[in-house]
Design a binder for this molecule. Sequence first.
Ligand code: FES
Length: 134
Amino acid sequence: MERRGFIKKAFRWAGLMLGGSLLAYPAFSFMTFRKTMKRKVVFYPEDQKRSPAFKEGVYLVQEANEIFALSARCTHLGCTLNYDPVSTRFACPCHGSLFSLSGKRISGPARRDLARIPLNKTAGGDLEAVVHLG
Ligand code: FES
């Protein structure tokens, strides 16, 4: 290959790489942005006296000696679950899935257990659940 031909090819490849990066960057940043979106749901000490306590799509549950947070989104199609104090279960109003107080799937079209959300305890005694969106 001649020197001139080699330089032309090198510039062409460099242009393609630069153009491809410029086109791929918006799509890549959109995908990563969606994955990093999260919000905090704070349960103050007075909220923690009730169980389960519901706030902004999260249930805070105290069962035996354990305290944990569950997503209130049904694992079937995402409807918000209601708590039934008589049966002590979470019931989906859309298609009837049932979940235990610990989030285990009991019945219904949903196939997975409820998602557990990590909790952080602050110095003031608040419990923060960090909900990842997307
Ligand atoms: S969305 Fe809950 S059972 Fe379908």
